[in-house]
Write a protein that binds this ligand. Structure first.
Ligand code: SF4
Ligand code: SF4
Length: 126
């Protein structure tokens, strides 16, 4: 199983902000605006992540055991840009930082045993 499906730590550690247009259907945005709130002039943020002890409102998880993004195919681009450590050969500072903060061990190569390429999250083209 992909390690993110038993984790969710990064969705409960960082502020998830992005350009407002990603939550505006008229601009081609797909992120559900109701799950976001204004941040700075040109930014919105996922509700629940711009506060102490952040946890994204779209996260369905028991951190470290089970994790799903309820808006996976409509999530902000910044979410898709966070790779899991060693998913593509490199460590991910964000992944490592989030997992440590939640008391989870850093991912190692063995965590990827049996995960085929089709199950990995290709980074979107910008
Ligand atoms: S990217 Fe890392 S911290 Fe985020 S859900 Fe996946 S394994 Fe957990
Ligand atoms: S939108 Fe989904 S992937 Fe992004 S932080 Fe929230 S739960 Fe995680």
């Amino acid at each position: 199983m992909h390690p993110c499906l038993t984790c969710g730590a990064c969705c409960a550690h960082f502020r998830v902000s992005f350009h407002w247009s990603e939550a505006d259907p008229e601009q081609g945005g797909a992120v559900p605006a109701a799950l976001t709130e204004p941040l700075r002039v040109h930014e919105r943020v996922m509700r629940g992540t711009s506060q102490k002890d952040p946890r994204c409102v779209a996260l369905d998880a028991d951190i470290g055991r089970y994790s799903r993004c309820k808006i996976h195919d409509r999530r902000p681009s910044v979410c898709a840009l966070v790779p899991a450590s060693l998913e593509f050969g490199e460590r991910s500072a964000q992944c490592d930082k989030a997992r440590l903060a939640h008391g989870l061990p850093l991912l190692v190569e063995a965590d990827w045993a049996g995960v085929v390429d089709a199950e990995k999250n290709p980074l979107p083209e910008l």
